[in-house]
Design a protein around this ligand. Structure first.
Ligand SMILES: Cc1ncc(C[n+]2csc(CCOP(=O)(O)OP(=O)(O)O)c2C)c(N)n1
Length: 374
């Protein structure tokens, strides 16, 4: 395995000392190391992966030095446009080093949302004309691959290092901002789910939020048919909920969002507000972190999310950080005309024995579609 310090120092020796990206579970240790040992101008946790390419391009324009963009392979879709129309040799010809966590690598068991992306990860790079190496787990070989990448960057190419599971040694995130939030995300999810009306449905976001909701239903001996668990497609749960809410104005639709996911495609909030579905409730479980992939910080707790929602036109917005206030809002939620945003500030972390959905995405979809016919 590769020591994170060794990897980052080798990148620095090869002229790369600026990082931008969205954290990934396979890159957890390396993202934590970068977060701990880079100053604010040299590690930018971006809203989404495409935005990170923009930051890397800006860094190159200002310094003449390529930056490194880290991401899960799920983020490849988000970088295709800036790769094709910004960094490409036929456009601005800007070098970037990509560090891509390879979830769903063929032959390695992974969750359903990673299977397709895993199959096309290197194919997408090929089609975009991006040369790559699958990073060796041996340091001397990895160092040679980094030198190869540096040569490509010197030639103004985009180059990718594709990272398999268990490539990096452990590095526990130390740079954790302390706050005094006490409610857990799971407790908040359970409290909201318990307050729902019979016909309400939920679209929940990628990561632990959907897993915690799934386990809540199982624990309560309830079916899962009213919950659409958006296991992939991070950042789009609010728009799936919007699609349902507009098509079924009589049904209350809840989006259970994360702060990282809401920020990833924050512009979508403006569309929710302007379509103005009265039956739409957007709940953001804000722990100020990409908790599901290692807890790296988001700007979630540094921005005023309800003020953003209000500014783009949500009819009502709330922010709570304890169960009493949350229950008080939930008691009245049916008298509010949406779209409504409820920010629930929660502490980081999850139950260690948290399971994963035992139904397939297609089973989930079919059950929900039946539920929506009622
Ligand atoms: C486009 C994309 N980029 C990255 C990921 C990896 N990923 C899965 S969950 C997650 C963090 C989600 O954070 P947040 O929405 O704040 O919810 P939390 O995990 O904190 O509850 C990330 C980065 C992904 N699935 N898709």
């Amino acid at each position: 395995m590769i020591n994170p310090k060794f990897f980052i120092e080798t990148l620095k020796e090869n002229g790369i000392d600026c990082f931008a990206g969205v954290p990934d579970s396979l890159l957890k240790n390396i993202c934590a190391y970068i977060t701990d040992y880079s100053d604010a101008a040299h590690n930018i946790i971006a809203a989404n992966e495409g935005a990170a390419i923009g930051i890397a391009a800006g860094h190159y324009l200002a310094t003449g030095k390529p930056a490194c963009v880290y991401m899960q392979n799920s983020g490849e879709g988000n970088i295709i446009n800036p790769l094709a129309s910004l960094t490409d040799q036929e456009v601005y010809n800007i070098p970037v080093l990509l560090l891509i966590g390879w979830r769903g690598r063929p032959g390695v068991h992974d969750e359903p949302q990673h299977v397709k992306q895993g199959k096309v990860t290197t194919g997408l790079l090929n089609v975009m004309g991006v040369n790559y190496e699958v990073l060796s787990k041996e340091e001397d070989k990895a160092a040679k691959q980094i030198e190869k990448a540096a040569k490509a960057l010197a030639n103004k190419e985009v180059f990718a290092l594709v990272i398999e599971k268990d490539t990096f040694e452990d590095h526990k995130l130390q740079n954790v901002e302390v706050n005094n939030l006490t409610m857990t995300r799971e407790e908040a999810i359970q409290t909201v789910a318990a307050a729902l009306g019979e016909k309400d449905c939920i679209v929940s976001t990628t990561g632990m939020i959907s897993r915690e909701l799934f386990e809540y239903r199982a624990a309560m001996n309830q079916g899962h048919e009213r919950d659409f668990l958006t296991v992939g497609s991070m950042g789009h749960a609010s728009q799936i909920a919007l699609g349902i809410a507009l098509a079924q104005p009589e049904r209350r639709v809840w989006c259970f969002d994360g702060d990282g996911a809401a920020i990833m495609h924050m512009g979508s909030m403006a569309i929710v507000a302007n379509k103005a579905p009265k039956n739409y409730v957007h709940v953001v479980f804000n722990n100020g972190a990409h908790d599901s992939v290692g807890g790296q910080p988001t700007v979630g707790l540094k921005i005023d999310l309800p003020a953003v929602a209000k500014a783009v036109g949500y009819k009502a917005t709330y922010s709570v950080d304890n169960k009493e206030e949350l229950n008080a809002i939930l008691e009245n939620v049916y008298s509010f005309e949406g779209p409504t945003l409820v920010e629930i500030k929660v502490k980081k972390g999850n139950r260690k024995d948290l399971g994963r959905p035992t139904t397939t995405p297609v089973q989930n979809k079919e059950a929900l579609m039946q539920f929506l016919k009622k």
